[in-house]
Write a protein that binds this ligand. Sequence first.
Ligand SMILES: [Zn+2]
Ligand SMILES: [Zn+2]
Length: 253
Amino acid sequence: MPDQNKNQELELVFLGTGNAFSMAKRYWGSILVNNTILFDPSPIVVPHMKLLDRSLSALENIFITHFHADHYFGLPFILLDYAYIEPPDHPLTIIGPAGVMGRMAQLLNLGFPGLFDKLKDKVLLKYLEVTDSGRYQAYGLEFDAFNMEHGGISMDAYGYKISLGGKTIGYTGDTDLCDGLYRLAEGLDILIIEFSNPDLDVPGHISQAKLEKLRERLDERTKIILNHIGTITEDISQDQNVIIPKDLAIYKF
Ligand SMILES: [Zn+2]
Ligand SMILES: [Zn+2]
């Protein structure tokens, strides 16, 4: 995969690190990459980007892994900001499973009636449907998508891989151990992986036992960053190669 910005530093900002239940100080997971890319626009994005003085209008590509509310219900508030405060002066691409544009129209009509139409004069919104594993081209960014296993056959879910700042990053979204996850995790510098239920073997999510199984197949250089965290066990937190970010943590690589 070509690296779009090899000379850049890579910066990851953990706007939220929690799962759907959002325990105290771990709000719904969402990650800002080099100010322009967002992995899963959770409901915490707008307040925490403003707290960190990061510009919403700098966003160029927003990735949605799947349509559970903790992963995309922050979008209406981002778009509301564009309509009334500061729209971006470049296109914004919203990337997600099939039906992403329809979902967005539905969500905006429920939340802020009229906003979907108002946005047409404010920002050039593009929608990119991911319909299978493979390589895709977004706004100035090439990425790979991988089918994940989450929520049974009724829920399309994808993990994404991008290369930026000389590093290759994989982001899983919610998933069980599956072929797509193993393929996504190959040859990465950084793997951001969901860790919903460390001690419980819940289908469609990663436990500590599943993470250990995955690690047998990972490159030694691959740094693991946990996200979508329910609770944490001591064993994992003492591991040198595993980072457990707090909300608002910023890492540079
Ligand atoms: Zn989730
Ligand atoms: Zn989910």
